[in-house]
Design a protein around this ligand. Structure first.
Ligand SMILES: [Zn+2]
Length: 199
C-alpha cells in the first residue's frame, strides 16, 4: 500500500500589492519509490519538511507536476538530476518518454482532469485509509474560505479556470472516485459517500 504525506499544506492569500501562494506538496511512497508531487514555490517550507522526514533532495526518485502553473513547480530547481513527470511524459534531460495509465513502476492511477488548466492531471493513490486523490487546483481556496459541502466543492468559483464544463466534470469524477482529496491550496478533506452532502 502506498503512503501519502502532505509535506506542505498549500496556502493562497492577498497581500498589499501582491498575491502570496504555494501549493500543497505531497510525498507519495509506493513500490519502493519516493515521488514528490507538485514541489511548489516556497523553498524554506519544502526543505524543512523534507528534513523532518529525514530526507534530502537526493532521496526523491521523481517529481510529478499536476499542471504548469508556476506556484506548483518552481521548486524543481532545488532538485538536480531528477526525472520530472507530467500526466503523460517523463522528462529526463532532453528525452521525452511517453507513459499512460499509471505512474511508472507503481499502481498509482493518472487521470486527466482538465478545467482549471487544460493539462491538469489527478493522481489516485490507494492507501490503507482509502483512495486519496491528489487533485491540486481542481479545488482551491484563499485562506479561510474553504467549504467542504458537496455543492460548494462542485461550484466553487475559480478565477483561473480555463473551461467551466470540464472543471465541473473533473470535480464530479474526483468526488466520485476518492475517499480523501488533497486540494491545491487548502486542507485535505474527506468525501462523504452515498449520501447527499451537507446541502
Ligand atoms: Zn493552478
Amino acid at each position: 500500500m502506498a503512503v501519502v504525506k502532505i509535506l506542505v499544506e498549500g496556502y493562497a492569500r492577498q497581500k498589499k500589492g501582491y498575491f502570496e501562494a504555494t501549493c500543497s506538496t505531497v510525498l507519495v511512497e509506493a513500490d519502493g519509490k519516493k515521488i514528490l508531487v507538485d514541489p511548489g514555490c516556497n523553498e524554506a517550507l519544502l526543505l524543512d519538511a523534507l528534513k523532518k522526514e529525514g530526507l534530502s533532495q537526493k532521496d526523491i526518485d521523481y517529481i510529478f507536476i499536476t499542471h504548469y502553473h508556476v506556484d506548483h513547480w518552481l521548486n524543481v530547481r532545488l532538485f538536480l538530476h531528477v526525472d520530472v513527470l507530467d500526466g503523460n511524459t517523463i522528462y529526463r534531460g532532453d528525452k521525452e518518454i511517453s507513459f499512460s495509465g499509471v505512474l511508472p513502476g507503481t499502481n498509482i492511477e493518472v487521470v486527466s482532469t482538465p478545467g482549471h488548466a487544460y493539462e491538469e492531471t489527478t493522481l489516485f493513490v490507494s492507501t490503507k485509509e482509502g483512495i486519496v486523490a491528489i487533485a491540486e487546483d481542481l479545488f482551491w481556496w484563499e485562506d479561510g474560505l474553504q467549504k467542504n459541502d458537496y455543492n460548494s466543492l462542485l461550484n466553487n468559483e475559480d478565477q483561473f479556470m480555463k473551461n467551466k464544463e470540464q472543471l465541473l466534470a473533473s470535480r464530479k469524477l474526483v468526488l466520485k472516485k476518492a475517499d480523501f482529496v488533497i486540494p491545491g491550496h487548502g486542507k485535505m478533506f474527506k468525501v462523504l459517500k452515498n449520501k447527499v452532502m451537507h446541502y
